[in-house]
Design a protein around this ligand. Structure first.
Ligand SMILES: NC(=O)C1=CN([C@@H]2O[C@H](COP(=O)(O)OP(=O)(O)OC[C@H]3O[C@@H](n4cnc5c(N)ncnc54)[C@H](O)[C@@H]3O)[C@@H](O)[C@H]2O)[C@H](O)CC1
Ligand SMILES: [K+]
Length: 592
């Protein structure tokens, strides 16, 4: 039974992250065998419980099983990936503003369009914080130094500092030229109430690398002109020296808000000796200097541009994905795959905590995955192997599970069906990323009865029934229109709501397991793994559990015993160690 759920940590992007699994306190009730897949409280009917219909992708040119969509871990992650995909397409069309147009837009927004500076600054600062959090994960970039200038760019920095604090970062603010206006003093008071340290310029170390994991440059925005005056000249130089450190992994990344401070708003880094930020968060629309930005992460923030501004200035801006406050623009950086690393933090998975029957254990984890709001937790990778020993995998949707096995439906003319007709052995894999959990199931596969397939077929929406008839899986067709045309014709044929017969070439399969493996990711790759295999005991088959950590502990015990013998100089011919010698080591072994 699920008794506690906490929010999942975000996982995505380019750096290592720590994922904390919500803590599930499991009590394993005796009735668990009869627990439903979804929703949890109702009993599950025989022959197997049917999962509710979930949305499927459209049919491709090579007609294929409708694969489940990828499981997006959190809405924010989904947004992040969408942001990334939107970006490439949009990059070419994004409008870049002149200094004058940027100032004009500002005036329009805060004049006839009814915005206040506080509002815009809040949205701008929030965009900066969300863009930073999307790229620079908390686990590796905790300490953030935000250097704020005297104008609104500095105000954006103060707001971003507050949001970063609430996201879990540890902000430090350097704000040498404070502005007396209530808006700014309010922002300072808010930061003080969070005990965010304000660092005087003279207390900053010459080399910022040791003390901060990320530096946010919020000194100057689009109203900057000339050359920077003290103390910003020195601060900018500090960031310049930081950005020339060769190995970017060894220094904190620099994030510039709207304009890399000190750059000409339209011409960019004219002298070539200016800041070279790793990330630029353009606000409202990128300014002309952003064309000279060569860092890996260019984002757009300030999701407040109303249509009158867009049309007046002919703004072409990328759409913001979902509810995101920022969108990546520009080239998507190539990721070093080997650096993608998760540190899993989960409750322990111990032998004495799981149910003796793996079907019950599966149901318990499945119900927890559903309750935790995972998308399509019934998506599973099905691996089949043909008679030549060639394996192939694809995602399918589990449609039912009971003590007889795992059921899914498909076209009997598909590749998987062909493989299964030659070799009934198959494997299933469930991967519940956000819960740091994976379940492997292996066994043999048989077709379900025609009656069972009929029953399920007619429980599906009529559209899916027609889709199953139209889709001749794994056959090459000349185009999508062929399917659409066939679908249309069938739709017409059955427009009177009459009975749609199940085609012979469509039906279910059931995998009868002989092995289950439950995996739970743990810190430092010391994952928990419990395997259930079958054993013949007194003429009947029983499930037997083995755990990897247990095996590892046994190995350690043996090694320590061996050490005891070696230390005591024991050989087959010697008398071996005395009881006194062995006593402390034996206590150690038994405590393992
Ligand atoms: N509509 C929007 O796009 C929004 C933008 N926001 C942010 O506001 C800045 C622009 O703010 P603004 O106050 O006009 O100017 P700056 O912050 O760039 O700085 C002005 C400030 O700096 C001083 N200054 C100018 N040049 C120098 C120099 N050479 N040396 C020293 N000091 C200099 C000047 O005297 C002023 O005091 C925009 O970029 C966005 O970041 C809003 O927050 C949201 C709406
Ligand atoms: K800036």
């Amino acid at each position: 039974m699920l008794t506690a759920v906490s929010k999942f940590r975000n996982k995505s992007g380019l750096a290592s992250t720590t994922r904390v699994m919500p803590f599930f306190l499991s009590t394993f009730p005796a009735h668990a065998t009869a627990a439903p897949l979804c929703p949890p409280p109702s009993p599950y009917p025989s022959p197997h419980f049917r999962l509710p219909s979930l949305p499927r992708r459209g049919l491709a040119f090579l007609a294929a099983a409708a694969p489940p969509r990828a499981l997006p871990p959190t809405p924010r992650q989904a947004m992040a990936s969408l942001a990334t995909s939107t970006a490439a397409a949009a990059a070419a069309e994004v409008t870049h503003l002149s200094q004058r147009d940027a100032a004009d837009i500002d005036e329009q927004l805060m004049g006839p369009l009814g915005f206040s500076v506080d509002q815009l600054m809040e949205l701008a600062g929030l965009s900066v914080a969300t863009a930073v959090a999307e790229v620079y994960k908390l686990s590796e970039h905790t300490r953030a130094l935000i250097i704020c200038g005297p104008g609104n760019n500095g105000g954006d920095g103060l707001v971003a500092a507050r949001h970063l604090y609430h996201f879990g970062y540890k902000p430090f603010v350097c704000y040498p030229k404070r502005t007396a206006k209530p808006l700014y003093s309010g922002l300072v008071t808010q930061l003080e109430s969070l005990a965010i340290p304000f660092v005087p310029v003279e207390d900053l170390p010459q080399d910022l690398s040791g003390q901060y994991d990320i530096v946010i440059d919020a000194m100057f925005g689009f109203s900057f002109h000339g050359t920077p005056r003290p103390p910003f000249d020195d601060l900018i130089q500090m960031l310049v020296s930081l950005s020339v450190v060769g190995d970017s992994a060894k220094r904190p990344p620099i994030v510039s808000v709207d304009i890399p401070s000190g750059w000409h708003v339209e011409e960019g880094d004219v002298s070539g000796g200016g800041i070279k930020p790793d990330m630029l968060v353009s606000l409202t629309a990128p300014k002309l200097c952003a064309k000279k930005f060569t860092g890996p992460h260019h984002f757009l923030g300030g999701r407040f541009v109303p249509p009158p501004i867009s049309s007046k200035y002919g703004l072409e801006l990328p759409p913001y994905p979902g509810t995101s406050m920022c969108v990546r623009i520009g080239k998507v950086p190539s990721v070093d795959i080997s650096s993608l690393r998760e540190n899993y933090i989960s409750p322990e998975l111990l032998e004495n905590q799981v149910m003796p029957n793996p079907f019950d254990q599966f149901r318990s984890w499945f119900d927890e995955a559903v309750t935790a709001g995972l998308r399509e937790p019934n998506a599973m990778a099905l691996t089949t192997v043909n008679k030549a020993g060639k394996p192939s995998s694809r995602m399918v949707l589990l449609k039912g599970v009971d003590k007889q096995g795992f059921v899914w439906y498909t076209n009997y003319g598909s590749q998987k069906a062909h493989d299964l007709s030659e070799n009934s052995n198959a494997a299933l894999l469930f991967y519940w990323n956000e819960m740091n959990r994976q379940v492997r199931v292996e066994g043999s596969v048989q077709k379900v009865s025609e009656e069972e397939s009929e029953k399920y077929f007619h429980s599906r929406p009529r559209g899916s029934q027609l889709g199953a008839i139209v889709s001749k899986q794994s056959t090459v067709i000349s185009g999508r229109e062929v399917l659409q045309q066939a679908y249309k014709e069938l739709e017409q044929k059955y427009s009177d709501g009459s009975f749609i017969p199940k085609p012979d070439y469509w039906g279910g399969y059931r995998l009868t397991p002989n092995l289950f493996e439950f995996w739970q990711g743990q810190q430092s790759r010391l994952h928990d793994r419990l395997q259930y295999s079958q054993r013949e005991v007194g003429g009947s088959t029983e499930w037997h559990i083995q755990s990897r950590p247990k095996l590892a502990r046994q190995a350690v015990k043996i090694a320590v015993m061996l050490l005891v013998c070696l230390m005591a100089g024991a050989t087959p011919n010697s008398h071996g160690p005395s009881a006194q010698d062995v006593q402390p080591l034996c206590s150690m072994v038994s405590s393992l």
